[in-house]
Design a protein around this ligand. Sequence first.
Ligand SMILES: [Zn+2]
Length: 310
Amino acid sequence: MTVTLFTHPDCLAHDPGPGHPERPERLRAILAALDAPDFATLDRREAPLADAAALRRAHSPAYVEAIFAAAPPPGTRVTLDPDTHMSAGSLDAARRAAGGAMAAVDAVLSGAARHAFVATRPPGHHAEPGQAMGFCLFNSVVVAALHARAAHGIARVAVIDFDVHHGNGTQAMAWDDADLFYGSTHQMPCYPGTGAAEERGAFGTVLNEPLPPGAGGATFRAAFDAVLDGMRAFGPELVLVSAGFDAHRDDPLASLMLDETDFAWAAGRLIEVSGGHLVSVLEGGYDLDALAASVAAYLRVIIAQDAEHG
Ligand SMILES: [Zn+2]
């Protein structure tokens, strides 16, 4: 079969401002790494624009309307929260990020691809139903999960999140949804402050495995396996991944001690438990070299598994 990569040049035009860690160079570094011969078999596709109706499955109509109206003129920026800003290109970038995640779901569920990776920005897992937050405008992975249910007749979807930050927005969207599982490993204490083990959701579909600052690969792997055990008990028909690579030891925004081999291991475990298809959506990762090497290591495992199965 194939592994499909969704990205779009519009995602380089989201400019949150000078010195902001969530910068266009992140995506450039990833795409440069994926120019290596190891990745020649990737089926490369343009991420489409998500429309307002799709975004309204995860966000309030008033919020979607406000973000569509907030895009500022070229050369200016608007601030949505202390960390989250929009430039002229931000709306289309965020719509491509959500649209890429939806297209990735379509690709694996239609049989066009075995697995898919969505290399877009801005990230999404901090975006709340009615509020931009933590560099995120639209919660792409939840938009994709709810698209899978609306368009493909799937009932139960899981989102697994190994970004170093807790996905407060994804948790908020899963909280009252018995058919949406959210499982996360993340550093605690750390931004945004949510994600304690006691936070389980109204139907027990939230599972948090917080990690102490300084935790390394062995601690991460045990916690990640616990998240996957919880996911298996839930019994999803589709597994989406909030793939953030800022738990890397070189990342400037947090202090976990993972390296590329841990992300490669996570890819292998996710494939084992996902029931055949894996859709991974880029979230964080702010050291350019570590980010590029980690995405490459993660994708190498996914490509090799696809090749093995013909
Ligand atoms: Zn993060």
